[in-house]
Design a protein around this ligand. Structure first.
Ligand SMILES: Nc1ncnc2c1ncn2[C@@H]1O[C@H](COP(=O)(O)OP(=O)(O)O)[C@@H](O)[C@H]1O
Ligand SMILES: [Mg+2]
Length: 541
């Protein structure tokens, strides 16, 4: 449309001159200006639509890719998130996709336009003088090798640049997440220096890429001048001999000069595309990855009467962590896990949630291997509270009901059971008070109690408390323990704790040491004959 508009605005000059000024046609005096307005309207809307649609396509690709990449990443197993830093993943979902978009909406339209121009001009020079045209492009094949080498280098640089950008994003998110430690250690200078160094590295690689990429223009120009030189010699001779008119010679030469600009542009853009290719390789390495942990097909429903661990081993990557773990818990019972830190208590919980899979052995719910259940239905049956509390930037009610529909009455009940109602009740808007992401307008103990309320709200079949009450004072801990006893009558409870008082009512206690069960039994049994357990308690008194 744009091209057509440009061409017709040139074509319209002829009737303007002929009809209005020479034939003095008055009707035309009004018709033609109208024609011009229409013509320009068409041309302008064509230009508008071209920009609009190429931008639309680019943005649409970004949106879809971003949705897919986040959806895919969310489906990955926990191990993946320990392997990749969050900044790296953010960079892939933001920066890499943006690089692809730039090429799609900026490069591709230009590329196709320039390509058409090249074809048209080539057609013209071949039409003028096929032999001379052939001479003028005889050197073009010479550029193929260096251009492809440059493109290869550009792709490598792009890869490096993208990796460094990821590292930098990762560093940034680390800085902001650990700002308390950084400030408390007076390490601002240290972090800032470290950042500068990594930032400089990105700069260096981008400059190198520019240097390499810009080699294309001089290369094309030098090779181009060889072609022009040949044409002048050959064409000049023909003109002197009278085989060719001066007019057609110059016309040919002009077309030839016009040809080198789009050719140069296309080869330059080809380089830019390497960046998008490198970025899309990184994107697709994620999109094509499958989660290492996949659920089964059975939807788990109803009560869980028994959990059974059958000779379970767990290796993280290749690190042996749990060995020969065997135990069972019945509905209504409480199991306590004790042992030094690093002994493997949380790892047992990781297995139950299928954050990781057993390397050997089996875990059964009601005699069915948990691998046969869908992941969602297993995790829906379990509430877990850990030492690390996750608070979302939302109201207290939303935080308690996280992922479920808010039922205000149930929210208040859960808060009461978690011994949190006292402080929530006094907040400006009660359960509708907004708390911020890091829960900084709450104390550590208050956040902990909110997390416990969240666990209670879900009304699960299995409660897991992984050192959940360690941050609380003994009195609050006792209150929560009592409340839990009431609501966990028909459930299975697993408690990991250090205070003997918190676990003394457990039906069974597993004492773990170096990933193995060293003793098993209730409190009085362990007190009698488990040296490790006695040691643990001895330390507390
Ligand atoms: N996600 C993980 N990846 C690799 N190693 C881990 C992971 N989680 C824990 N470990 C290792 O497994 C061992 C047991 O850890 P954990 O079960 O957290 O102990 P506990 O909860 O008893 O303190 C530790 O040596 C720890 O470093
Ligand atoms: Mg732990």
């Amino acid at each position: 449309m744009v091209a057509l508009g440009t061409a017709s605005s040139a074509a319209i000059i002829k009737p303007i001159l002929d009809k209005i000024f020479i034939e003095k046609n008055e009707e035309m005096l009004y018709l033609l200006p109208l024609g011009i307005i229409i013509l320009y309207t068409i041309k302008a809307s064509g230009a508008f639509m071209q920009v609009y649609f190429s931008s639309y396509i680019g943005q649409d690709i970004v949106r879809r890719l971003r949705d897919r990449i986040v959806d895919t990443i969310l489906s990955f197993e926990m191990g993946f998130f320990h392997e990749f830093r969050s900044g790296e993943l953010i960079s892939r979902s933001m920066n890499d996709i943006e690089r692809v978009r730039q090429v799609v909406s900026a490069t591709l339209p230009v590329m196709s336009r320039e390509f058409l121009t090249i074809l048209a001009l080539l057609g013209y020079v071949f039409y003028l003088d096929p032999q001379m045209a052939l001479l003028s492009i005889i050197f073009i094949p010479l550029t193929a090798k260096p251009i492809s080498m440059i493109a290869k280098k550009m792709k490598k640089f792009s890869h490096t640049s993208q990796e460094r950008t990821s590292d930098l994003t990762a560093r940034l998110s680390e800085i902001f997440n650990n700002i308390e430690v950084i400030k408390a250690s007076a390490a601002e200078q240290y972090e800032s220096k470290r950042f500068e160094k990594e930032n400089q590295q990105i700069f260096d690689v981008n400059i190198k890429a520019t240097k390499t990429g810009e080699l294309v223009s001089p290369l094309m120009e030098i090779i181009g001048s060889l072609g022009v030189a040949l044409v002048i010699i050959y064409g000049g001779k023909e003109v002197i001999n009278g085989d060719m008119s001066v007019g057609s010679f110059f016309s040919f030469l002009t077309a030839l000069f016009m040809l080198y600009t789009p050719v140069k542009r296309v080869s330059n853009l080809y380089n830019k595309m390497q960046d998008a290719i490198a970025a899309s390789e990184r994107i697709f390495s994620i999109l094509n990855r499958k989660s290492k942990i996949e659920g089964g097909t059975i939807i788990r429903e109803g009560d869980i009467n028994k959990i059974e661990f059958k000779a379970v081993d767990l290796d993280y990557s290749d690190k042996k962590t749990l060995q020969n773990i065997a135990f069972s818990i019945k509905k209504g019972d409480t199991l306590a896990l004790v042992g030094n830190s690093g002994s493997g208590k949380s790892s047992i919980v990781n297995l139950l949630l299928r954050f990781y899979d057993t390397s050997k052995g089996e875990i059964l719910f009601n005699k069915e291997s948990i691998k046969n259940y869908t992941l969602d239905s297993i995790r829906d049956s379990i509430s877990i509270v850990t030492q690390r509390v996750y608070i979302f930037n939302d109201t207290i009610a939303q935080n308690v009901a996280y992922g479920k529909v808010v039922d205000e009455k149930k929210v208040v009940e859960s808060l009461k059971s978690a011994n949190a109602w006292d402080f929530v009740k006094n907040m400006p808007q009660g359960i509708n008070t907004t708390i911020n992401e890091f829960g900084t307008n709450l104390s550590g103990g208050q956040r902990q109690r909110l997390a416990i309320a969240r666990a209670i709200y879900r009304d699960p079949k299995i409660f897991i408390f992984d050192e959940a009450t360690s941050a609380l004072d003994t009195q609050s801990e006792q209150k929560i323990t009592d409340a839990l006893k009431k609501i966990s009558k028909d459930k299975i409870t697993i408690i990991i704790a250090h205070r003997l008082k918190t676990i003394e009512h457990a039906n069974e206690i597993l004492d773990l040491k170096d990933g193995k069960i060293s003793c098993k039994g209730n409190k009085s049994e362990l007190m009698k004959h488990c040296i490790d357990f006695k040691q643990l308690n001895g330390l507390q008194k």
